[in-house]
Unconditional design. Structure first.
Lengths: 159, 381
């Protein structure tokens, strides 16, 4: 096996190995007390339902996460939900608080390598898209300018 | 005055000197600052930036110096002023880009728009390093700021780091500028590993002539596209394209000369010393800067790999093949990376002049790394 093939295979191995390395079952996420666990079987999420108001749940998280600096809150009027994102080193990635009929649903998504890898690939492709659009614009403007520059100049004395 | 009072006075004067407050960490930082000054002076590695950065590191790592704090009246001290109004407010990176645009001829890129794809492909390392940095324990924002180092674009690195992870500004800027200077050492190895001898000898057709009208239109078209697709980097790219427009229109020579000359020099001084001043011992000496230096090298290497790989993929579809050696120039260390492509190419074919062909991807890399930075900023909005 030549040097190039060894290097390429090693690189692919590192990518695959690393994607499995840090998978674990712990969320380390604050959850309001009581509530009914709806789904805790999947390794990458927890769903709990609460019979208290949404304001109480939001107040709980504002207190619980007040020391975290890398937290972003997002309010969505359309589906009456509030999302809390962690951009730091927490094991959880997102908490979604939704007002349902008669209860509040709290969905916690674990720090997901699928999300990280997916968003990276999409954004890398996004860079290509931006530059492809620029490339196409340059080709169009280039051909227009070339044809404008090629047009023969009409002599003022010619009929 | 008694003898005891005299001794007490002498001791209190001595206590106001730095000797009593020196620590071993500061001595280490003197060494680090001196190293970068040596690299700048003796080795001529990016001296315009590494010298003020190195001296900034040296200067702030003395105790009791009123440089990066706040006075008793609440006013910022000298270097804190430069840092706050220049770097924290993201003014200096944008003004540097104004000067850069005013001194750059974008003709090779306009003549061969395909180079833009190479500039995009060369951002591969940015995204892979992001993943590596997260695995190492960096937060998402820190990982994004570390990843952009591979784009080899100092102002973009500083702009993004200040936006997302200002605590890593010193380490990221130092890594970016250090590796930019080492492009002639790092890239040829990867270029030889990734290309076959016959590929290195590919001769490319001479680039077409680009009219002044096209050069004037380019900044306008690019500004429109970037503003619509990646608006978060328009402060940076807008200034770059303004500088370029000033240069190409030819009617504001005074402004162009100022932008590419004295203005650029002024902000470079302030940038260098401000960045160096952020590297105080208690903030800098932890595992993160060392890791950034290590992963920065891998980042550069993978970006070089990405650029060459992009050319190889393009060659599958193109009738007129592109010499893959210009792929490495997608890393936007302008014009060093393009010169490296020229030098390596000439080692295999003395009649092969790749410089102007390599300038296209080199310039495309500036736009590519800005687009990548914009993608990261948008990720956290």
């Amino acid at each position: 096996m030549n040097k190039k093939a060894i290097l390429i295979n090693f690189f692919i191995f590192c990518c695959l190995f690393n994607s499995q390395l840090f998978a674990d079952g712990s969320f380390q996420v604050p959850l309001p007390p009581d509530g009914k666990v709806i789904d805790a079987d999947k390794p990458n999420r927890i769903i709990k339902h609460y019979s208290v108001s949404m304001d109480e749940i939001v107040a709980f998280y504002k207190t619980a996460l007040q020391d975290q600096t890398e937290i972003k809150w997002q309010h969505k009027e359309a589906d009456k939900s509030i999302k809390i994102f962690d951009w730091g080193n927490q094991k959880w990635h997102k908490i979604t608080i939704t007002q349902e009929n008669g209860y509040v649903s709290v969905l916690v998504n674990k720090d997901s390598w699928t999300w990280i890898t997916g968003t990276l690939i999409i954004r890398f492709i996004g860079v290509f898209i931006v530059l492809i659009i620029l490339m196409i614009s340059l080709y169009i403007s280039g051909s227009i300018m070339s044809s404008v520059d090629k047009k023969p100049k009409v002599h003022p004395n010619k009929v | 005055m008694t003898f005891g009072e005299i001794i007490e006075m002498l001791v209190s004067i001595f206590n106001t000197t730095g000797f009593m407050n020196l620590s071993w960490k500061m001595v280490i930082m003197w060494g680090i600052g001196s190293l970068f000054m040596w690299l700048a002076i003796a080795k001529k590695y990016e001296p315009l930036l590494l010298l003020p950065i190195g001296f900034g590191i040296f200067l702030v790592n003395f105790p009791l110096t009123p440089l990066m704090g706040v006075t008793e009246h609440g006013y910022r001290e000298l270097l804190n002023i430069f840092y706050h109004y220049g770097v924290e407010w993201e003014v200096i990176p944008c003004v540097i880009f104004l000067g850069l645009g005013a001194m750059t001829d974008l003709g090779p890129l306009i003549a061969n728009p395909k180079s833009l794809l190479i500039g995009a492909g060369a951002q591969l390392g940015v995204f892979i390093t992001f993943t590596g940095a997260i695995l190492a324990g960096f937060t998402l924002k820190e990982a994004a700021s570390v990843g952009i180092i591979g784009g080899a674009d100092g102002p973009t690195t500083i702009y993004l780091t200040q936006h997302l992870a200002p605590q890593l500004l010193g380490a990221n800027a130092l890594a970016a500028y250090s590796y930019m200077a080492m492009v002639p050492i790092i890239q040829p190895i990867i270029m030889r590993l990734m290309t076959k001898p016959e590929e290195r000898e590919i001769k490319m057709k001479k680039l077409r002539k680009v009219s002044t009208r096209e050069k004037i239109l380019f900044p306008l078209i690019t500004t429109g596209i970037i503003a619509l697709l990646v608006p978060s980097v328009i402060p940076l790219m807008g200034m770059f394209l303004l500088g370029n427009l000033m240069k190409e229109c030819g009617v504001v020579d005074r402004l162009t000369h100022t932008a590419q000359g004295s203005l650029m020099n002024i902000v470079t001084i302030f940038l260098g010393i401000s960045v160096g001043a952020t590297m105080q011992a208690d903030k800098f000496l932890n595992w993160k800067p060392l890791f950034i230096f290590g992963i920065g090298l891998i980042d550069f290497a993978v970006c070089t790999f990405g650029g060459i790989l992009t050319v190889k993929i393009m060659n599958i579809f193109l009738k007129e093949k592109i010499n893959p050696l210009i792929g490495s120039a997608g890393v936007s260390a302008v014009p060093m990376a393009a010169r490296v492509s020229q030098l390596v190419g000439q080692q295999y074919n003395k009649k092969n002049y790749l410089l102007m062909h390599a300038m296209g991807p080199n310039l495309a890399g500036i736009i590519g790394s800005a687009a990548a930075a914009g993608m990261f900023i948008a990720m956290f909005k």
